[in-house]
Write a protein that binds this ligand. Structure first.
Ligand code: GDG
Length: 445
């Protein structure tokens, strides 16, 4: 039995930098987890070929499995990706009502592209293979697969929050959407809260009680603990012995609470003047959805705030915030994880958040300050949990982390390590795969 995996973005893409062609790896946590299953078991990974040179590679063999790409024209990309996925589903499933924008025909194009995915899967699948579909961009695929008459077992993994039923009802297509997700044979979420919201939506909107509770499961994604904790790094990126390093890396997005983080640093400096010159905050923001004017505005706001705070508190020898707007190589990211004293991870809402788990795995000394609204807050015991809307309390938590005794720190660290070590990426995979084995077997009996 092999796996047919479908994700919007693939494991690698072919791109161009100037005259040079390059292969770009998708370093995200989901891609890393799925790559290991695919390499081990073989199969096909169906994805959107969005790299500049991907059209040259509609199919290719990679790392023990096949990649099969679908291609979108400008109009399909706009409707499926920019409009329906990013401007309807993303804000809706993160409770940002004011940011939802229903562009005309975007649902039709989303549906069309989902159909392309379903057809590409149907082309690859053999009887007995298992189909594993991921996330909000592909929510209509499970039902399309079933409607094609395929009898294969379908897993659908949802990676962002699932909102309360009343909020979900804002979606004009909520019934079709839910019907499709619910037609999967196994549906996974990161937390039991999302499961509850999902089940309530099924009861309220579809009038069905997902009576077979075994088919909906809460299982938080873990990270590759061994890699983050053992991979050697070439150098210590933070050489300044006088100051502690506070670190964060986030995609540019309104869910990440970026300006609130900067405001918390300002509050820390104001409320606790003894912290001045005692720390440096390295804030990395990775570019995202930059064609959307709102994201450009968000970037301007963050940069103005950083400039204002550095202007207020810097002197010739120290400034509180080093801000970088770029992606960084994996090796450098690991160096930051190993060097930082504090990871400041305070999204306003986040399905899970892998960065906190990666940091907790990599660090030998650091403390995580984590938003209570990140799915990971449920199982990352040992982190300092904050409400990111409460700027002063976040500042106090940073102060606490900066001034913690060594003994207290090692207690926090021990707690954090316990969870990320045991609930790692292999645990996540084996939970889902063994549940699907069992359900698949039962359905044939
Ligand atoms: C969805 C949900 C859920 C980021 N910048 C760089 C870089 N990264 C890597 C991190 C981490 C990943 O990207 C981001 O983690 P997220 O948890 O935000 O994952 P997403 O896939 O964006 O989001 C989220 C997740 O799915 C998993 O289910 O946790 O809630 O929104 O792995 O390390 N890596 C490198 N350079 C960067 O500049 N090398």
């Amino acid at each position: 039995m092999k796996y047919i995996v479908a994700t919007s973005r693939g494991p690698i893409s072919h791109d161009r930098i100037g005259e040079k062609s390059i292969v770009r790896s998708n370093v995200g946590g989901v891609a890393r987890a799925l790559s290991s299953v695919m390499t081990e078991r073989g199969g096909t990974w169906v994805c959107w070929g969005d790299g500049h040179l991907d059209e040259k590679y509609p199919e290719e063999n990679y790392s023990g499995y096949k990649i099969s790409r679908i291609f979108l024209n400008k109009n399909e990309k706009l409707g499926f990706y920019d409009n329906y996925s990013n401007s309807v589903l993303w804000p809706l499933f993160h409770y940002f009502r004011d940011k939802i924008y229903f562009a005309q025909h975007s649902y039709d194009l989303y549906k069309e592209v989902n159909r392309k995915f379903a057809n590409a899967i149907a082309k690859e699948v053999q009887p007995g293979d298992r189909i594993w579909i991921h996330d909000y961009q592909l929510a209509l695929v499970p039902k399309m697969i079933k409607d094609l008459g395929l009898k294969n077992f379908v897993i659908f993994s949802w990676h962002i929050p699932w909102v309360a039923s009343e909020f979900f009802s804002i979606l004009p297509e909520s019934t079709y959407f839910l019907e499709s997700v619910n037609s999967a044979d196994l549906i996974t979420f990161h937390t039991s809260w999302y499961v509850q919201n999902y089940e309530t939506a099924c009861e309220n909107i579809l009038n069905v009680n997902p009576s077979n509770k075994k088919k909906v499961m809460a299982v938080p994604l873990g990270v590759d603990f061994k890699y983050y904790s053992h991979e050697p790094v070439k150098r210590n990126v933070w050489q300044d012995k006088r100051t502690k390093l506070i670190f964060s890396i986030d995609r540019l997005d309104y869910t990440k609470g970026l300006s609130d983080k900067v405001r918390a640093i300002e509050a820390l400096l104001r409320k606790h003047p003894d912290t001045r010159k005692q720390f440096t905050y390295v804030m990395i923001v990775t570019p995202s959805r930059y064609s959307v004017s709102e994201y450009q505005e968000m970037r301007r706001e963050i940069e103005m705030l950083v400039g204002r705070i550095n202007g207020l508190y810097s002197d010739l020898y120290w400034y509180p915030i080093i801000y970088m707007y770029r992606r960084i190589p994996q090796e450098l990211l690991l160096q930051y994880y190993r060097s930082a004293d504090i990871a400041l991870i305070t999204p306003l809402i986040d399905g899970l958040n892998l960065v906190c788990k990666e940091f907790a795995s990599a660090t030998k000394k650091g403390i995580v300050i984590l938003s209570e609204f990140a799915g990971a807050a449920i199982d990352l015991h040992g982190a300092l949990i904050v409400n990111p809307y409460d700027i002063d309390s976040t500042a106090d938590a940073i102060y606490k982390a900066l001034t913690m005794s060594e003994e207290e720190k090692s207690n926090h660290l021990r707690e954090m390590k316990k969870d990320v070590r045991t609930k790692d990426i292999h645990w996540w995979l084996s939970k889902i795969l063994s549940r699907s084995d069992r359900l698949d077997r039962e359905s044939r009996e």
